[in-house]
Design a protein around this ligand. Structure first.
Ligand code: BDR
Ligand code: CA
Length: 336
């Protein structure tokens, strides 16, 4: 089994990543940290707690992480994720609140409680993790490793021509984290799932229909790109229904940006990787973040061949098998 600390900015694809983890028997989610990103941190926490409620996961602690990036104001992206971060979904209000301790402290407590065992999965900006490492410099050694969704290496950015969203929201935090996690041996180094791999994984309406079928919903539905936004999923399983309403917003967003009626599976892919559920190709590299460039701020730069004379500080996922990924995802989330 895989003990996990998950740090999210829920978020449509973060939502699916969480559902996938909750549906996975080997995932032991020891805590969830809400970090500001796609939406403000209070909304991230509300969304996260609401999905946990729907899944009956009352025992998973959720803590509030950073509300703003380390040095710059917060930017959010409601046009990508909807006014509340969950697309067209209207989730029931959560029945509980976040725990009294901070998100940075939860990172530290969970890592200290199980030294060397916990995988830290980050699917939002790296702000809270950077704060946790400032407070506990041993954190990189206390964790088994971190898996980060972020960056773009040989691939255009999705926020600027060269920068991916999670890094772009807080480039200083990302640079601090990659520096702090340097010097770890192979197998313990951060694994980075950037747009190079996550944009190869395209969820389409057919996948949502398969999810509805798998969850026993009748009639099986096929969302159409022509449906007006007021049309809601008819899936009888409430989790699949809310998820479909969320993802349809994401598909519309991708279509508006000429990517087709589909949704890229950024965060769910990182979750599946963390559980070892998907075949991947990885390459070691030394990764740093551009903080100064007037055109390239927030860009992740990978030194693949040792120009900098520094040891690799990350393994970058370069390819996967999207068909295997979706088979696993549909099977698991459809069983929730
Ligand atoms: C990342 O940005 C966010 O909007 C998504 O949730 C994902 O974590 C993709 O660039
Ligand atoms: Ca995210």
């Amino acid at each position: 089994s895989t003990p996990l600390l998950v740090d999210v900015d829920t978020g449509i694809d973060d939502s699916l990543a969480l559902l996938y983890l909750l549906a996975s028997p080997e995932a032991e989610v020891r805590g969830i940290v809400a970090t500001a990103g796609n939406v403000p941190v209070a909304q991230v926490a509300t969304n996260t707690l609401a999905w946990l409620d729907l899944c009956g996961a009352d025992d998973v602690e959720v803590a509030l992480g950073a509300a703003t990036p380390l040095t710059i104001p917060l930017r959010t992206t409601e046009d990508t994720h909807g006014p509340y971060g969950v697309g067209h979904a209207v989730l029931p209000p959560p029945r509980r609140t976040t725990s009294p301790q901070s998100g940075a402290q939860l990172w530290i407590d969970v890592a200290r409680a199980h030294p060397g065992e916990v995988t830290g999965l980050v699917t939002g900006p790296l702000t809270t993790l950077a704060l946790a490492v400032r407070a506990e410099p041993e954190l990189p050694k206390l964790l088994q490793r971190i898996v980060v969704m972020g960056g773009a290496f040989g691939h255009p950015g999705n926020t600027t021509p060269t920068a991916e969203w999670n890094i772009s929201v807080d480039p200083e935090a990302a640079a601090e984290v990659f520096a702090a996690f340097s010097g770890l041996p192979a197998g313990r180094r951060p694994v980075i799932c950037g747009l190079d791999v996550t944009e190869t994984i395209e969820m389409r309406p057919e996948h949502l229909r398969l999810l509805a079928v798998r969850s026993g919903s009748a009639p099986p539905e096929l969302l159409s790109p022509d449906d007006p936004p007021t049309v809601r999923s008819r899936a009888s399983n409430p989790i699949v229904r809310h998820l479909s309403d969320a993802i349809r917003f994401y598909m519309d967003f991708h279509r508006t940006h000429d990517q087709g009626y589909l949704a890229h599976m950024h965060d769910p892919f990182a979750a599946a990787f963390a559980l070892g559920r998907v075949p991947v190709t990885m390459r070691p590299a030394t990764v740093d973040v551009e903080l100064a460039g007037s055109l390239t701020r927030g860009m992740t730069v990978a030194d693949w061949v040792g120009h900098w004379g520094r040891e690799p500080n990350a393994d970058i996922v370069t390819a996967t098998d999207p068909v295997a990924f979706f088979e696993d995802l549909v099977e698991r989330v459809g069983n929730l």
